[in-house]
Design a binder for this molecule. Structure first.
Ligand code: F6P
Length: 256
């Protein structure tokens, strides 16, 4: 029965990777919308994948989010095995629970790998001017330069409006996002169903031009409710893998 079930998932993976046009899709059983336990399994599968691709000297950038958090939690501490690996937050903080912020997850992942890390400690809701001047600080510049040379990007995908509300974006922007039909959010960018960016958060970190050059990306998202978002953000992911659950996968197929 187990073999039958795994074969079923492999078929599902092939179907979804064709629809999304990404190299690799990993699907775990269940639906995270119904139980967080399945998100944990997405995290475990992503952790396994990450450990199989890290190479000496790699720079890893990571976003926040509860799904990415499960990936970090699933990694077994391997102190000093990866002392030439560098872990960075993909974006400065974007107003989430602290334990799920990219800074927190970057330092936690680095500690587990025995790797080095640098943080982007930038307060939320800065004015454009303050943000510009902070970005000019040499220390921040140095980190941003490293971020732009990421080898492996690990990121969560969220629903655009949910994320915008969570981040406390003002009503006119929420309205703008609705009008632009924003459906997905990843690393501070908001995407419409065709995968075009319709709005960018005012944070510093990885840029779209950097993303196009990244050799390997791992995206994590689960639940039926994330299907549309995964489809939209999936456009970014030419080289790499999306780890999701059956709930998301079946809905992606149903909407084809
Ligand atoms: O806030 C960080 C982030 O990765 C967002 O870019 C993304 O939309 C969200 O978290 C996903 O969070 P979760 O995995 O908790 O749904």
């Amino acid at each position: 029965d187990l073999i039958y079930a795994l074969k079923g998932l492999t078929e599902l993976e092939n179907k979804v990777s064709k629809i999304l046009n990404v190299n690799k899709v990993v699907i775990v059983p269940g639906n995270s919308d119904e139980n967080d336990m399945f998100k944990k399994d997405i995290g475990k599968a992503a952790a396994r994948l990450l450990m199989s691709i890290i190479k000496p000297g790699n720079t890893i950038a990571i976003t926040g989010g509860s799904t990415v958090n499960y990936m970090v939690k699933a990694i077994q501490p391997l102190s000093s095995t990866y002392d030439d690996v560098f872990v960075l937050p993909a974006r400065g903080s974007v107003g989430h629970q602290v334990e799920y912020q990219s800074n927190t997850l970057a330092s936690e992942l680095a500690q587990k790998l025995g790797a080095e890390y640098k943080l982007l400690n930038i307060p939320d809701h800065l004015s454009k001017k303050s943000l510009e001047s902070i970005t000019k600080e040499p220390e921040i510049q140095e980190t941003l330069k490293k971020v732009s040379k990421t080898d492996i990007l690990i990121f969560g995908i969220g629903n655009a409006l949910q994320m915008a509300e969570k981040r406390g974006l003002p009503e006119p922007i929420l309205d703008f996002l609705r009008r632009k039909e924003a459906v997905a959010e990843a690393f501070g960018y908001y995407f419409n169903p065709s995968g075009n960016i319709v709005y960018t958060s005012r944070t510093v970190g990885i840029k779209l031009d950097d993303i196009k050059k990244i050799p390997y990306m791992i995206a994590l998202a689960g639940g039926t409710s994330k299907a549309q978002a995964i489809k939209a953000a999936g456009h970014l992911l030419k080289n790499g893998c999306i780890v999701m659950d059956e709930g998301a996968a079946n809905e992606i197929i149903r909407c084809e």
